[in-house]
Design a binder for this molecule. Structure first.
Ligand code: HMG
Ligand code: MG
Length: 300
């Protein structure tokens, strides 16, 4: 019987490292991404072209993007917040970008200094600009705070569905649903995704869980039950968001792969190689891994 395939979008080099207070040397980032490229992952978000005043850690975006050893079978998306970021990304040869909006007003202001509607308008400007710059560019959309916001509290599904509809109609090929501060539970996740499934199909959606409250794997299972087959994660459980205080990293890629393989799903990812990439970056940033599977399985 054909095993279900779940695609993993590795966001460690971007979402994971963006919150590191001390600068991670560029050559470490490059070696880290090159190790991830050897694991069988199909998509690795490698950096962001945001304002270096806002996120200094990503200020070496051009060098990282141009110096990594790219494999033709892997997509290397970069995060962009505005036309300036788009132009920089295209000039270094990015083939895929990720744009981001928030379902909550409070987080939109803190993260991008604009309202949710202005955020959608910025994405519209980005999309318009791609038509003249590179019409083949693939655009992935993120929505943050899909169930809860550090400033506004609980977020109604309707707010997410409205933004999702806009981003899909602008031409995003997929929308990744960000539980930015990891407050979601099986029931809030289910309610939110079911509302989205009234306006789109599960193959247009991905799930992006931070693990602050230890609910990420359960919430991912909820998304899988509802037909979602693309999951974002960070090796070693790296990261957090600089504009969501206390938010921890994404679900650890090693824990996700272990769970998926245990459920009989295919990911194409070699768990041992992933564990070794996770170990590499944890040592370099001098932080113990947040991946339980890495702790249990790592062998020197
Ligand atoms: P602003 O200060 O309102 O904008 O920032 P501005 O246009 O006035 O620009 C300020 C300065 O930044 C200017 O420089 C611009 O040129 C420069 P100055 O004139 O002062 O010398 N600038 C740029 N430089 C390089 N690249 C650019 C760029 N844009 C402006 N692209 C802005 C508005 C959106 C730029 C800012 O708020 C920003 O960069 N925000 C990004 C914050 C961020 O990266 N957050 C983390 C990523 S999102 C996330 O983690 C959530 C996610 O994982 C999903 C989830 O978990 O929910 C995706
Ligand atoms: Mg995130």
């Amino acid at each position: 019987l054909h095993k279900p395939f779940v695609k993993i979008v590795e966001v460690g080099p971007r979402d994971g490292l963006q919150n590191e207070p001390t600068h991670v040397p560029t050559d470490v980032k490059i070696e880290f991404i090159n190790k991830l490229s050897e694991t069988g992952l199909q998509s690795i978000e490698v950096t962001s072209f945001v304002s270096p005043k806002w996120v200094p850690q990503m200020g070496d975006n051009t060098e990282v993007f141009t110096k990594i050893a790219k494999k033709p079978s892997i997509s290397y998306p970069v995060l962009v917040p505005n036309v300036k970021g788009l132009e920089a990304a295209v000039s270094v040869g990015a083939k895929e970008i990720a744009v981001f909006a928030s379902a909550s007003e409070g987080f939109s202001r803190k993260n991008t200094n604009c309202s949710t509607q202005e955020g959608v308008n910025r994405i519209k400007e980005i999309v318009e600009k791609t038509k003249s710059l590179d019409s083949t560019l693939r655009i992935r959309g993120y929505i943050s705070c899909v169930v809860g916001c550090p400033y506004d509290g609980y977020i109604q599904p309707k707010a997410v569905t409205t933004i999702c509809e806009s981003l899909l109609s602008l031409g995003c090929y997929e929308i990744s649903l960000g539980d930015t501060i990891g407050v979601g539970t099986r029931s809030t996740m289910e309610k939110m995704i079911k509302d989205l499934l009234k306006i789109t199909s599960a193959d247009k959606l991905a799930i992006h869980c931070h693990d602050t409250y230890g609910q990420a794997l359960v919430n991912i299972c909820t998304a899988l039950d509802l037909g979602i087959r693309v999951v974002d994660s960070s090796v070693s459980g790296l990261g957090g968001c600089p504009y969501a205080a206390g938010a921890t990293g994404n679900v650890a890629s090693e824990d996700l792969v272990y769970m998926l393989h245990g459920m009989g799903a295919e990911t194409g990812v070699d768990l041992k190689k992933l564990i070794s990439a996770g170990h590499f970056i944890s040592e370099k940033i001098k932080k113990p891994t947040a991946s339980r599977v890495n702790k249990a399985m790592y062998k020197k």
